[in-house]
Design a protein around this ligand. Sequence first.
Ligand SMILES: [Zn+2]
Length: 246
Amino acid sequence: MSEINKTEAVVLSKIDFGDTSNIISIFTKDFGKISAIIKGVKKNRNGKGGIIDPPNYLQIIFYNKSSRDVQLITGAEIVAHYPKIKQDLEKLKFSYAVLELLKKIMPEHEPNHKIFRGTVRVMELLEKGEEASAQIFGRFYMFFLKESGYEIQIDKCSSCGKVIKSSDNLSYNFESGILCGDCGQGYPQSFVISMELFNYLKSLKTNQKINNPGKNVTDLSLLFMEKFTKYHIPGFQGIQTFQILR
Ligand SMILES: [Zn+2]
């Protein structure tokens, strides 16, 4: 049995299928992540891209058949297509990193309205560009890990339970968590958490304003979150987009 559904979707990736069809991976609001075929898409000769390019936000109509791996889209309309993201390599890089996290980490067919709203929101923020793209992405990454069940705890020492304050000698052990200076010596250190990095991570997590962080701390925070994800999610091998678009 197949049924007709209407939902909102963000395009994660697109591949050509034959001359006029595409297979796309989409994160939908009501059905989670799915693969779908869309037929009869005209090739765009002027290179301006089409309706189903990532990271477009669409309203779609599709036939859902649970026995099928690839669903059939019969109608798609653009809700937002983010022209500024597509013209700016830095914005594009971080928007693709968002799509990559969704593609690699979200389970299929599991809707999550909070993560869906967060995804649409992060694209809007990258498009507006009121804050550096790396920070906008960092906030999303923290939120995404939390909502996926892998929250990075940095409030209390994972060994003695003391409230962590910004200070020297903080460290992070991927098995146990953040460690105060006193406890850190007893554990193998996975990552040194400088005061600057701690403050930055905390601001990302609590969504507070960040005043001119150095590129160094921004890079370190992304490296830290990437390593954390690799440690906790089997099969995750890092964010490829960052290796391609440096
Ligand atoms: Zn401690």
